[in-house]
Design a binder for this molecule. Structure first.
Ligand SMILES: Nc1ncnc2c1ncn2[C@@H]1O[C@H](COP(=O)(O)OP(=O)(O)OP(=O)(O)O)[C@@H](O)[C@H]1O
Length: 484
């Protein structure tokens, strides 16, 4: 079932509470208003997708307002609740363009169905990027002012082929934005090809991008098409562009200038027809100052910048995102969980150094690990402060959420988070490696019952190196043997 933002307008406080709680249980994000004035304010602040309104309000008539609401928000279904159970009211509700009319007292199940139908009927359109896409697959969640700014910029570039540079911290949704631009534009039925500069060995980047001829280098057994060729007619997403080696930057710049490229080891040039979207979490200006990034390439890429806010800068979106990720987890077969309001408040106070990705991983972990149906503030608190992780044996509990990389990222992110806005003390690289090495050495030794020869083999280092590291890290192998 799709979930959405619902505004409930009724002057009766008891009805507001009952309806709000019922719709929240369905997973919707709900706001209420007690008067026409309050409703007008919340229409702008909250941008509801469905309006549920009573007819008689202290400062006006809810039914009379429907045409005005529809003029401003043509795609917003209005559900009218009324105690004047007459045919005339029902007919008028329909005439005014109401989506549904429910006479009071109404059945909560009926209201819940009406809201679900309204959300489905509402469909999706280009004017509302937050809800574009199909069915449950809402690409970008968030209504906060900085996200509205992002949507406005995206709306400006979907209809043309301007090069876009997406900037933002890790996990803020840069790839998702690139996909949304592709999916909403005229190239949507052509390929979207992504390449991550940080994930490919430096010496292979050029052949990955431009392809290579047979025999162009050792191991090039046959002609291979690069990402530029694979993306022909569509979009090429150059992720972590700040990690691109300098020589590859020069080659990329030439392609952007001429619209042509040569596969590695080939004199044949190929005309390209791809839209370029690049992204980075790095400060490109700083890389330029350090001579690590070409300034001319920067200007070629930075035609339209899209700056994604960190999750800390849009805490009002956290509740909606959290519910969305629980819904997604349930759709993937994990147990369906509900989220207490106080738990959302606790989530909103966290600093989220890993941004939306960190929130998504946490919600999946909670869906998988917590035994109760309701996710309470204390469960969230335990997870965020690491108690549950420690009590369940540390890394394995975390690793079950998303693998080793996620576990390490989670711990490093938490370590950073403890410093707030200030950077951690220097010598960071050594310090973090030491912290990662210590449990790795200890657990490996414990797994082989203290046998250093076996441990060295498992770790893929020689025995002397292992001995040296144990001394450096202050690990006593006989303790570890006892532990194992
Ligand atoms: N606004 C959003 N609404 C819903 N999901 C989001 C949103 N932003 C990010 N996500 C989800 O968070 C995760 C991280 O997003 P994404 O991979 O796009 O981030 P990124 O900025 O490209 O990260 P990195 O810099 O680490 O590559 C993804 O699973 C994505 O679906």
């Amino acid at each position: 079932m799709s979930v959405g933002r619902i505004l409930v307008v009724d002057d009766d406080a008891a009805i507001r509470t009952v309806v709000r709680e019922a719709l929240r249980r369905d997973g919707h994000v709900v706001e209420t208003a007690a008067s026409v004035a309050e409703q007008r304010r919340k229409m702008t602040e909250f941008q509801p997708q469905v309006l549920v309104t009573d007819v008689i309000l202290p400062d006006g008539n809810g039914l009379d307002l429907v045409p005005e609401m529809l003029a401003d928000h043509p795609r917003m279904p209005v559900i009218v609740l009324s105690a004047q159970n007459t045919l005339a009211t029902a007919v008028r509700a329909t005439e005014q363009g109401a989506f549904e009319y429910l006479p009071k007292p109404f059945d909560l199940g009926e209201l819940s169905r009406a809201v679900a139908d309204a959300l489905t009927a509402r469909g999706a359109g280009l004017d509302d990027l937050a809800d574009a896409g199909s069915g449950e697959d809402l690409p970008l969640i968030g209504r906060s002012p900085p996200m509205q700014e992002v949507y406005r910029t995206i709306a400006r570039v979907v209809a043309n082929d301007l090069t876009v540079l997406v900037l933002g911290e890790s996990g803020t949704g840069k790839e998702l934005v690139a996909r949304a631009i592709h999916d909403m534009g005229s190239r949507a039925n052509k390929p979207f090809v992504a390449i991550n500069m940080a994930a490919i060995p430096r010496e292979l980047i050029e052949s990955e991008l431009f392809g290579h001829e047979r025999g162009a280098f050792t191991g090039a057994a046959m002609r291979t098409a690069g990402r530029f060729e694979q993306a022909q007619g569509g979009t090429l997403f150059l992720d972590e562009i700040g990690d691109m080696p300098f020589e590859a930057q020069t080659r990329l710049l030439r392609v952007l200038q001429t619209g042509e490229f040569n596969p590695v080891g080939s004199a044949r040039s190929i005309r390209t027809d791809v839209r370029i979207i690049a992204a980075t979490h790095k400060d490109l200006q700083k890389l330029i100052a350090d001579n690590a990034f070409r300034e001319d390439l920067y200007y070629r890429l930075n035609v339209v910048p899209v700056r994604l806010p960190s999750l800390r800068q849009r805490t009002e979106d956290i509740g909606e995102l959290a519910l969305h990720f629980l819904e997604k987890a349930a759709a993937d077969g994990l147990p369906r969980k509900r989220l207490e309001r106080a738990a959302i408040e606790r989530l909103s106070r966290h600093s989220w150094p890993g941004n939306v990705r960190e929130l998504e991983n946490l919600m999946r972990r909670l869906a998988a690990l917590s035994r109760e149906e309701w996710i309470t503030v204390s469960i969230v608190d335990q997870q965020l402060s690491g108690d549950m992780v420690a009590s369940e044996g540390g890394a394995p509990a975390i690793a079950s959420g998303g693998g080793l990389a996620d576990a390490v990222e989670h711990h490093v992110a938490r370590y950073f988070a403890t410093f707030g806005r200030d950077l951690p003390p220097d010598g960071l690289f050594e310090r973090i490696l030491a912290e990662v090495e210590r449990p790795l050495l200890k657990l490996t030794l414990a797994a082989v019952k203290g046998n250093q020869l076996k441990a060295a083999k498992l770790l893929g280092i020689n025995r002397n190196t292992l001995r040296k590291k144990l001394t450096e890290r202050g690990i006593d192998p006989s303790d570890v043997r006892r532990m194992g």
